[in-house]
Design a protein around this ligand. Sequence first.
Ligand code: FAD
Ligand code: AMP
Length: 477
Amino acid sequence: MTQQADLVVIGGGPGGYEAAIRAAQLGLSVICIERRVHKGKPSLGGTCLNVGCIPSKALLDSSHKYHDLKAGYANHGISTGEVKLDLAAMLARKDKVVDQLTGGIAQLLKGNGITWLQGSGKLLAGKQVEFTSHEGEVQILQAKNVILASGSEPVQIPVAKLVDDVVVDSTGALEFQSVPKRLGVIGAGVIGLELGSVWARLGSEVIVLEAVDQFLPIADRAIAKETQKILTKQGLDIRLGARVTGTQVANGQVTVSFTDAKGEQQEVFDRLIVAVGRRPVTAGLLSSDSGVSLDERGFVAVDDHCRASVPGVFAIGDLVRGQMLAHKAMEEGVMAAEIIAGHHAQFNYDLIISVIYTHPEVAWVGMTEERAKAEGFDVKTGQFAFAVNGRALASDDNQGFVKFVADAKTDRLLGMHVIGPAAGDIIHQGLIALEFGASVEDLQLMCFAHPTLSEVVHEAALAVDGRAIHAIQRKRK
Ligand code: FAD
Ligand code: AMP
């Protein structure tokens, strides 16, 4: 007998599992199909929980602690003994965090009455879904609605084919069993910078090769400049305008050929991480008569509400246009589930936070100064450094600054940009302010607690009008 459901979700990553849970909360019968097997076990949570956001942050935190301890706390009056690295234990801790979270998602699906089918799903015509179990058994499901949430996978480039544990993608870079002496990274995107930072902190000499000659082109220029300066000081050798043209693996090492302003170059590494972007997973997802269209870049084509070209079929997350971020996938999943359940739902695509989890963190929301100017705004900006913030100084973590971009005509906030301690959390103040259409004055008038890192947010808002207190500023007007 054909199994029926109000909703079949294909893919149990952050987009898919959140969609499934929200739909179940709203009373729908839900089946979620997920085929991932992680370290020998069927696993929910997608790229994010298994090989993305979470394991990378676990290693970023562990490597940060190691690096800090190694540098010593003598200035705090604390002396430590010899600091040793047990990489196997560090990787095991990361795996434990992943296990705990992926197991938690399985519990959440179960608790919400959602059926998890372990295997692959393929959308057929008429909102039927073909499910193939890991054992090869095929079952046809009849869905009233379908959410496609198959996510993304690393882009592979012919000039840097993956070779065992020598030339790896982001997944392999979470599993090095020893600290590479010389590590190459292709791509100075978020993933390349985060993973490069992990191994640099653990002792690798890291060279990042980036084809484009601008650093972090999507970030505000002031933030990108400061980030490049700080990461370079930390030891990341970031080579811009360096396009990799070939790789050769021999005797456990990899020779990377690239061209830059000086011409043809070569570097030899013990390991190479290829972090040149991700692409949507559509192979085997759609039958030829499913009716679902792809866009010119291979993403499933959707409207602002994630509706695909077949009524009742939605697509979300990394599978569709926009930034590949877990929180974007989650919000799209919730939006699609609510629409399917007959509710009104929408998502503000203008306010998606970006975070780079280096140390210090880098985060932004809304418009960069450059974009605001390009869009014709009469722009005013304000910036304030963590350097003189009491709390940041007290905790010895005072690099970076907060910057606001605002409309000089209306005083409305347009964007917030942070490099500094806890930037990934502080940025949510900007998110809330922007979402509520706050003016710079709104922030200026609020009383921020002392001593906190957030006082820098207050001072940056004051600085927009030349009236920051802990800087020598004369009111501009
Ligand atoms: P995915 O998480 O990719 O999940 C899709 C799932 O669908 C997969 O598990 C796959 O097995 C399954 N699937 C695919 N096809 C089928 C099929 N036919 N049948 C059944 N199952 C199928 N984002 C952030 O916001 N913050 C971060 O800090 C961050 N760090 C990252 C670090 C790294 C190293 C990487 C690689 C990514 C990172 N990301 C981060 C990006 C984030 O992981 C993705 O944006 C997010 O996982 C996308 O969610 P999704 O649900 O669209 O897809
Ligand atoms: P992102 O898409 O943000 O993950 O970043 C990937 C980065 O890899 C981009 O900045 C690309 O310019 C860069 N890149 C892609 N191909 C190459 C290459 N052959 N050599 C060096 N950098 C590359």
